[in-house]
Design a protein around this ligand. Sequence first.
Ligand code: GLA
Length: 644
Amino acid sequence: MSTTKSALLVTVLTLLIGFAPPATAEKPPLAPTPPMGWNSWNRFGCDIDENLIRQTADAMVTSGMTAAGYEYVNIDDCWMAPTRDAAGRLAPDPVRFPNGIAALADYVHAKGLKLGLYSSAGTHTCQGLPASLDHEVTDARTFAEWGVDLLKYDNCHNEGRPALERYTAMADALEATGRPIVYSICEWGANDPWEWAARVGGHYWRTTGDIADNWGSVMSILDQQVGLEAFSGPNAWNDPDMLEVGNGGMTTEEYRAHLSLWSLLNAPLIAGNDLRAMDPTTRALLTDPDVIAVNQDWAGVQGHRLADDGDLEVWAKPTSDGGAAVVLFNRGLTGARVSTTAGALGLPDSPAYTMRDLWANTIVVTDGPVRASVPPHGARMYVVAPGGGSGEPAVSAEVVTDRYADPGQTLTATVRVSNDGPVPARGVRVLLDAPPGWLVSPAGGATVPAVGPGGESTVDFTVTVPAGEPTGTHALSAEINYRAGQLVRRLTGYGAVIIATTPSGSPWLSALPPVSTQVGWGQLGVDRSVDGNPLTIGGLTYARGVAPHAESELRYHLGGACTRFTSAAGIDDEVGDRGSSTFTVRGDGVTLAESEVVTGADGPVALDVDVTGVTELVLLTDDGGDGIDYDHTQWADAALTCQN
Ligand code: GLA
């Protein structure tokens, strides 16, 4: 690109998004769009060898991943021998990689793919193997000689030396080799890398600590992306860490949400599963061409959170063809309709807009509202653009009920069907699906002759929960069939009711079944710490309490029956002085109490909170602003005062 053109681009970008992107003149433009590939760490950890890498390269091609755009095959930690060779160079582990890295690079290159390798800006890698601090020039040369195309450069054993110096030293060493090598900076967001990583030559940089294959981890990382959108752009991407899709710890809907959001964030799409044994669902998720196209479309800005209504969020970014990509996201326990509008997405005024559903591959027309019923922990993803004329109408539904019911209770479930399109939906048949044993009336559903353009119809159902129904979240979904012109369509309105008993007396919280628990790591400790020890804060021991690893969210049903919540909050002594967190108590979505950041060095914080009238109590612990490592939080002595 000529200097004039890039100066022009900088000006345009500055005008568009109000900041000057970091100067990247020296850095080879190897990542004009977010890099795509695979990395060994999330699925295999240290259990890697050259056969795995070869087989993965084979599978990348045969599975359709290569055709979808995945290119880099990245070997993470544990490829190196425990000591450097006689010449002071890093050497491959002789057992795992007997034929060496260069041979592996040849193999991968012969398939039209690229090879990535790993080291740390420290004396050792995170797994204790030799790493590159003060060996930058030698190691960069070695990597270049081997034919390496990407370096992931980690942060362990850094001796407390400044990140800027350490990461610049490797950037310079890589550049001096003359080989184009993508530089992936992995300092976990510890030193605000979005401020400097692009300038020193990084093509992308981690913004957080490590991802794990669970929903809490993905949500915690997602929240840490808010506000970083301005720092990302061609050749310089924010990296919310590698994908967990297909690793088994989450549901298909959760993986769909993870991928939808990572795609919208312009994240490098680095798969972390076993490509050799991918089920068709995983393959379809990872290779969806429309979702990948959003990820690869810069269009002036990374996706960002447009609206946040507690559990329901809207994330969006412009697309270069004048549309907007949008993720309607439900992070809650129960299905819900998530809504925005074409105007809120920044689209120009138009009589109609097309809504292309990227996962379902349908196109419908709306006159402005952009909404869909989204299952719990789920996402729907669209590209919305002006136009559409009199195409198929956008029809959506919601199921509205009380959030909680007791066993034996009778409640009303209202199904609302809305038509945002230009032509009627006719013969609208609405059925309510309830769990076995629940009574629904009218059992056979109801039919509405037509829901016209801009119209809405509701159908009320009476639902009786069986007396012996166990506590928990039960789906209560609507199935809606209708005709639009010649088309016969079916859609689902996702809803749910939570069956929970109301506490009485003065129970310990640890004696109540939580409605839901989300922890950042491991299992919730009940009257025990995260590691299974007696609960201890600042030398004091507690018999009762709940101990979630941050980031955590514990939800309890109070049913309006309690008046007081008390607890001694803190970080368990089992992590010494380490760990930090904020403790937040919410009632029905309102923050009732919030601590300062509490560290492992602090004693317990006494909480005494008025919860009068609260239906749902939510206890939150966060990462204290520095990642979740060692955040063994606990709500010691947690107790309620309730009626009767
Ligand atoms: C750190 C990184 C991970 C992974 C491991 C390997 O934790 O953040 O992505 O590379 O090291 O030990």
